[in-house]
Design a protein around this ligand. Structure first.
Ligand SMILES: O=C(CO)COP(=O)(O)O
Length: 131
């Protein structure tokens, strides 16, 4: 599965801890991330990650493009609900494309824990059937 990992600045520690905790599962998948998030995950876990631009510089849009071409199976996006983001339109566009293409999207740690366990249990086989 192709998995996108994205975290706003105040959620990057959560993302690093999440990827450390689930690295044994994540290493079996192809990982993508926005620039700074990917760098921090790679430094902390050693997981191999294809990094796009930083979110404010177009990284969210690059991940959106992957969704539009059916190249992304899951988006784990730890958003910061308490800080205004200069690239809010890009963030909305990414989430909108997840809805357009029925791509599973979780926006917080609680959802991510459920989703990663579902992935490990094989509950994503419907994605293989669809494509
Ligand atoms: O801003 C982001 C997502 O909207 C994340 O970008 P970075 O991973 O480059 O910090």
């Amino acid at each position: 599965m192709n998995i996108a990992l994205i975290a706003h600045d105040k959620k990057k520690t959560d993302m690093v801890n999440f990827t450390l905790a689930y690295s044994a599962i994540l290493k079996n998948h192809t990982l993508y991330a926005t620039g700074t998030t990917g760098k921090k995950i790679n430094e902390a876990t050693g997981l191999s990650i294809e990094r796009f631009e930083s979110g404010p510089l177009g990284g969210d849009q690059q991940i959106g493009a992957k969704i539009a071409t059916n190249e992304m199976d899951l988006v784990i996006f730890f958003r910061d609900p308490l800080t205004a983001q200069p690239h809010e339109p890009d963030i909305s566009a990414l989430m909108r494309l997840c809805d357009v293409y029925q791509i599973p999207l979780v926006t917080n740690l609680g959802g991510a824990e459920v989703m990663i366990r579902a992935l490990d249990a094989g509950f994503f086989e419907w994605r293989n059937l669809q494509s």
